[in-house]
Design a protein around this ligand. Sequence first.
Ligand SMILES: C[S@@+](CC[C@H](N)C(=O)[O-])C[C@H]1O[C@@H](n2cnc3c(N)ncnc32)[C@H](O)[C@@H]1O
Length: 275
Amino acid sequence: MVLLITGPRWPALKWNLSDFNEDSKDEFFLINGHPIFTHEKELEHTSLSLDSSPEAHQDNNSQNQNPLNKDFDREHTTNTSKVVWDSSIVLSKYIETLVALSKLDLNSKRVLELGAGKGVVGIACAILGATVTLSDAPEAIPTLSEVVRLNKLNASIPSRGCIERVVALDWISCSQEIFAEDLAHSPFDFIVASDVIWVDWLVEPLIKTLAGFMNQTTIAYLAYQQRGARCHPLFLKSMQENGLKYNIIPFQDLHPQYQLGDTIAVYRLEKDSIV
Ligand SMILES: C[S@@+](CC[C@H](N)C(=O)[O-])C[C@H]1O[C@@H](n2cnc3c(N)ncnc32)[C@H](O)[C@@H]1O
């Protein structure tokens, strides 16, 4: 007998990210009073199959050992870029809170977002003054570029921060060369990433990529929705192996209306000077 049980809804937070329509501005998800547009209506038609949910991947991890599933897995992991995940909302609002409390100054700071999806966290950082590089797997770049265009945050508008560029950056085949010139002159001040830990075979490549772009002064903020037992120990091990130390932000410090209790944690990562 097969039992079909309704699982948790993804995403679960209440927020409005909408198509470009200035008339109903108040209904939007706002950062510092500015709406973020993500073309949700158009993308509603892009159906994600059930198995592409991070939750399903967690449960089907044994399939990932089979090389025949490589293309299948690739399609499904990068398909997740078409949805705005709760972690990005929690992290954006946490960063906004830090800026509002003058605990963080993003003005003219360089920010890199990894696995940006629809780029909500990076766009929030740009609204808050940063110069942002958004990155994701090559398959996700067309949608990400479209979202950037929609938010009019390209480099030609200097009034606040900007999205400096959108870059295809695959954690599996990532080479340090991609930002070699930038890193030599002016490293990233911050790296942000939301909901990028959900498939075990991607944890090590992600953390390696992240650590590779950090120096002693770079701070990384990572919002993490723990969905199963497998990824968490890998995440902790990977941070240690790659010379990173971390703090978990107390839940009471997250934005009170944009958090899910202990379901989504925000990690603050730095290079460990002892390593
Ligand atoms: C669950 S989604 C999160 C998207 C977005 N950060 C958010 O929170 O809404 C995971 C993201 O990781 C990206 N990703 C998956 N595999 C990747 C890889 N090998 N290299 C780079 N990004 C990858 C996906 O394309 C997707 O954008």
